[in-house]
Structure formats: C-alpha cells, structure tokens
Ligand binder design. Structure first.
Ligand code: H2B
Length: 137
C-alpha cells in the first residue's frame, strides 16, 4: 500500500516515501487558505521517519509528541530556548510543556489546519538533531 499526500509547495500528490531526509527539508508557510491536514494513512507512512515521536489523535486532531526527562527546571528552559531558535528559523512552532519541574513534552501539529502537515514531520526530525543532550537526565 502506497500513501500519497499533497506537497504543500507544489500542490502535487507525491508518495510519502519519496521524502527521504526530512531534516534536510525546510518548513513552508502554513497560513494558506484551504490547507488541509494529511490523512491518517499518510501520517502513519511518515511516522517511521521520526521513530522517537508518538503519533496521536487529540479529539480528532492528529499530533506528534515526544517526551524527555531533563536534569532540572533550568535545563528544561534551556532546551526550550534551543527548540525555540529552530522554530523561529523554520517559522513553525511546537507546543512546549514543562511539567512537574523536569518533564518536557513537545507536541507538534499545524494549528492553521487542525492536524498534521509535512512541516510537523520536518520540525520533529530537526528537533531530533538538536544538541541538547547535556540538558537531559
Ligand atoms: C505565517 C506563519 O506561517 C503562521 O502563522 C504559522 C506560524 N507557526 C505555526 N506553527 C504551527 N505549529 N502551526 C501553525 O499553524 C503555525 N502558523
């Protein structure tokens, strides 16, 4: 079974497996009218590219989620700053949670369309490459 999704730039339908290295891609503006979230099938097809991330449906809104345990509260904030700099340069922003002083959860979804786009997978793959090892427990 091959899943296709609409490329956000060209609008063409491309097989999800054509995207080889997500972290080499760039997020595209997602404020376009008529932008629709990818199907659950496409999301499942892209999921192996970001194996550390959990795919979930939050009241019908598909999201990516990853959790970390950080050394201390300040480490959590420093991790957020590293992620924030990436988010700013991509123009795509995750939801950042720091709960119970050292539990970091990041959720990624495209608010503009109420679900997942290729941007979310690109951001997740890029977050996975960030150097925040020293902040982790
Ligand atoms: C113009 C710009 O692309 C939009 O305002 C962006 C900013 N960052 C965003 N980030 C996320 N995750 N979802 C959005 O819909 C979104 N919109």
């Amino acid at each position: 079974m091959m899943f296709h999704h609409k490329d956000q730039l060209s609008g063409h339908s491309v097989p999800a497996k054509c995207i080889t290295d997500l972290s080499a891609e760039k997020c595209v503006p997602c404020n376009r009218k008529g932008l629709s979230p990818m199907t659950e099938g496409s999301a499942n097809a892209l999921k192996p590219k970001v194996p550390e991330w959990e795919l979930l449906s939050d009241g019908g809104v598909m999201k990516l989620r990853r959790k970390w345990k950080v050394k201390n509260f300040l480490s959590g904030l420093e991790l957020f700053k590293i992620v924030a700099d990436l988010a700013e340069s991509e123009g795509h922003h995750p939801d950042l949670h720091l709960v119970g002083w050292n539990n970091v959860t990041i959720e990624i979804w495209t608010h503009a369309c109420g679900g997942l786009t290729q941007n979310d997978f690109i951001l997740a793959a890029k977050i996975d490459k960030l150097p925040f090892e020293s902040h982790l427990k």
